[in-house]
Design a protein around this ligand. Structure first.
Ligand code: R1X
Length: 241
């Protein structure tokens, strides 16, 4: 089957994919694979396949925001991918896990518009437990601050005149905020795939903590490196389960 938006043949896809927003980050991850091959680079969707420790996997970029990312997740699942791991970045809600820490998202608060057009109110955006545990275990091995818990998925990055209830989300236990996980978890649940996500924190989303946003610091680069390595180790474990 030809996947028209990713512009990839499903026959070329393995059963597991690591997905990330940035096409350049997809290339960074792909460089860690053996026998790597770039299948396509269409719009924001860049697809590589290769092997890590003998496990075949794809690395695919999904761009910024839930609607575009959902297109990528849908086509991958239609193409036979049964396990999806998002490797991303997020803004922190707490000084207990500052920039440079890692978060494993167990579920996402659906504060975006896309999933409302897919499923009814009350439908959970929840990770697969095996993917979550594999990511958590692999992330702990890599050191640094690692937490798992709720994350928020928003559509907005630069705020307008509407108040986003960050304090409420934080009071309700959310650890961090990003822009694609709700789409990933809802699409995966709907289509019978399993999904999880690991996030490198690149600053604060809480206005009381926020300093100048600098996602290009060494501590963030180090956390991104650790999350990529953790996702690859988790992928190997999940491929045999
Ligand atoms: O998920 C968020 C979005 O893809 C995190 O980083 C991007 C915005 O910079």
């Amino acid at each position: 089957m030809f996947l028209p938006i990713l512009q990839v043949n499903s026959e070329d896809l393995p059963g597991l994919a690591i997905v990330c927003g940035d096409p350049r980050r997809a290339e960074v991850i792909a460089r860690k694979l053996d026998n790597v091959r770039e299948l396509s680079f269409a719009r924001e969707y860049r697809t590589f396949v290769g092997e890590f420790s003998g496990t075949r996997l794809a690395v695919v970029s999904h761009g910024v925001g839930s609607p575009g990312a959902a297109v990528c997740f849908e086509e991958l699942i239609r193409g036979g991918v049964g396990t999806l791991i998002r490797v991303g970045t997020a803004g922190s809600y707490s000084a207990e896990h500052p920039a440079g820490s890692l978060i494993i998202s167990t579920a996402a608060i659906r504060a975006e518009g896309l999933t409302r057009q897919l499923v009814p109110e009350g439908f959970p955006a929840v990770a697969d437990s095996a993917v979550t545990e594999a990511l958590y275990e692999a992330a702990l091995q890599g050191g640094g601050i690692v937490k798992k818990g709720l994350t928020v998925t928003l559509d907005v990055f630069f705020s307008g005149v509407v108040d986003i209830p960050h304090k409420t989300y934080k009071a309700a236990g959310a650890l961090a905020v990003e822009m694609e996980i709700a789409a990933l978890y809802v699409v995966a649940s709907l289509r019978g795939a399993r999904a999880g996500a690991i996030l490198a924190l690149d600053g604060y989303a809480d206005a009381d903590l926020a300093a100048e946003y600098d996602p290009h610091s060494d501590e963030v680069a180090n956390a991104v490196e650790r999350e990529i390595d953790a996702a690859l180790r988790a992928a190997v474990k999940l491929a045999s389960h």
